[in-house]
Write a protein that binds this ligand. Structure first.
Ligand SMILES: Nc1nc2c(ncn2[C@@H]2O[C@H](COP(=O)(O)OP(=O)(O)O)[C@@H](O)[C@H]2O)c(=O)[nH]1
Ligand SMILES: [Mg+2]
Length: 437
């Protein structure tokens, strides 16, 4: 049986919209477009207005714009058609029905268009994963991070490392075949030095892995302090809605209240916590306090709030803590310590001062997202393995074992871009895609 390799899917979201986009990719895509449009002719890359008719009943389904891309000059590398229809559920359903009539085409699997692009060498795996990240991007920094790798920044870096390794490997293999007199002097020492330099570069690169995690998953901010100081009030003010209950009854906030928001293009996960009330005997409140302490430990930035100097606890403060003295509309404090910002959440006094310090701290935690290429945990694992093999290669005296370790090291880097790939890995990567991409 011949496998059907022409695929189709709705590439935009299913639902009511101005326009919906269908993609068809594979050798039969032009023929399908021609049939749907009653024999109209299409030039590659030229968008044309056309009516679309049902291939069985001949009923007019929609008037739309259509474009044909001749492979390999297309996203997938194959002949591809895109239809820009009216974005109505009825139109979408009718076009799905029309496309299903063709025996030489089938519905695409998740991520299959991008998988074709990978298999046809239009994209490598770092670009494929960046496409998925770009589709998921919610903030400006996530967009920049993903776009940088979509454009091949990770590919360039990892390919250049792999090429360096392959060159050294070539020297090793040459010295297996040739006698010492035929080889340039000091070649082994020079190569070992190059390998050591590469290890240092890779190690430095691995240090940026946390930046990508912070950009993708969001920076964690915890608001902590004694009961009734105004933690829930500032939490609500930061997120711009009344999500946490504010009251003058101590112990009102007992569980963690979380919210995610976009601050100056960065994803920030902020948590309001239960007041740290050492005196309580309430079992539930005690549990809440334990959770508050755990949340503070995991936070990248802490906002520690007080409303009296006497209750100020130095031990709560580290480099990542912003200390706020709240309620200055009620009481002013003379000789406020320098590292404490006086504020009134209620009246808004000094709000801008706090906000500037807060956003500066957020930015200082984030590397420029366009410079980070280590965006996936699997790159980090592969690079750590690569370093192990490089260390073994340097130590190894036997030249053929040295070569073998270099080969393994270069395969680890190759697995990042997909120069060496395994079906399992591909299935895992493409299964996270949406339909039509
Ligand atoms: N005067 C004054 N009262 C405030 C201010 N911020 C919060 N409060 C009040 O302090 C009480 C406790 O606030 P809340 O946000 O629930 O404190 P939390 O227990 O730390 O979460 C409430 O009655 C708030 O209205 C402020 O800046 N000035
Ligand atoms: Mg509270």
């Amino acid at each position: 049986m011949k496998t059907i390799n022409t695929i189709f899917a709705l590439s935009s979201a299913y639902g009511k919209a101005g326009v919906s986009v269908f993609r068809i990719s594979g050798e039969s895509s032009y023929e399908i477009l021609s049939t749907l449009s009653n024999g109209k002719k299409f030039q590659p890359n030229v968008m044309k207005f056309t009516n679309i008719y049902h291939p069985k009943t001949g009923i007019l389904l929609d008037s739309c714009m259509a474009v044909f891309f001749k492979g390999p000059a297309s996203y997938t590398g194959e002949d591809t058609v895109e239809l820009y229809t009216h974005g109505s559920i009825a139109v979408i359903d009718s076009i799905y029905d029309a496309l299903s009539q063709f025996k030489n085409a089938r519905l695409a699997e998740k991520g299959e268009f991008t998988k074709k692009a990978f298999l046809n060498n239009k994209l490598d795996l770092t670009q494929v994963e960046a496409v998925a990240d770009l589709i998921d991007a919610e903030t400006e920094s996530q967009r920049k991070l993903a776009l940088s790798n979509t454009n091949g920044n990770a590919s360039k870096l990892y390919n250049s490392w792999r090429e360096r390794l392959v060159k050294i490997l070539a020297w090793c293999e040459a010295s297996i075949d040739f006698s010492d007199d035929e080889m340039p002097k000091d070649v082994v020492q020079k190569n070992d030095k190059d390998l050591q330099n590469l290890i240092t570069e890779i190690e430095k690169h691995i240090e940026t892995a946390n930046s990508a995690q912070l950009i993708k998953q969001g920076l964690k901010v915890a608001i902590i302090g004694k009961p009734n100081v105004g933690k829930s009030s500032i939490f609500n003010k930061i997120i711009g809605e009344n999500k946490a209950i504010v009251s003058n009854i101590a112990g009102t906030t007992r569980d963690i209240v979380d919210a995610s928001l976009d601050i100056d293009g960065f994803k920030v996960n902020i948590s309001d916590t239960a007041g740290l009330n050492e005196k309580t005997n309430d079992r539930i409140e005690k549990k809440g306090i334990k959770k508050a302490i755990d949340t503070a430990k995991k936070a990248d930035i802490k906002i520690y709030m007080i409303d009296g100097i006497r209750s100020f606890n130095e031990n709560m403060v580290d480099d990542d803590t912003i200390v706020l003295f709240n309620k200055i509309d009620k009481k002013q404090v003379a000789n406020m310590p320098k590292n404490i910002i006086p504020i009134s959440v209620k009246s808004g006094e000094n709000w801008n001062k706090f906000w500037n310090i807060f956003t500066k701290k957020i930015k200082s935690k984030m590397q420029n997202s366009a410079d980070v290429t280590l965006t996936q945990q699997r790159y980090k694992n592969a690079l750590n393995n690569c370093i192990e093999f490089l260390r073994m290669a340097i130590k190894e005296q036997e030249i053929d074992l040295k070569a073998e370790n270099l080969r393994l090291a270069s395969d680890e880097i190759g697995s990042i871009t997909g120069k060496i790939y395994f079906n399992e890995l591909l299935d895992k990567i493409f299964s996270s895609f949406c339909l039509g991409k």
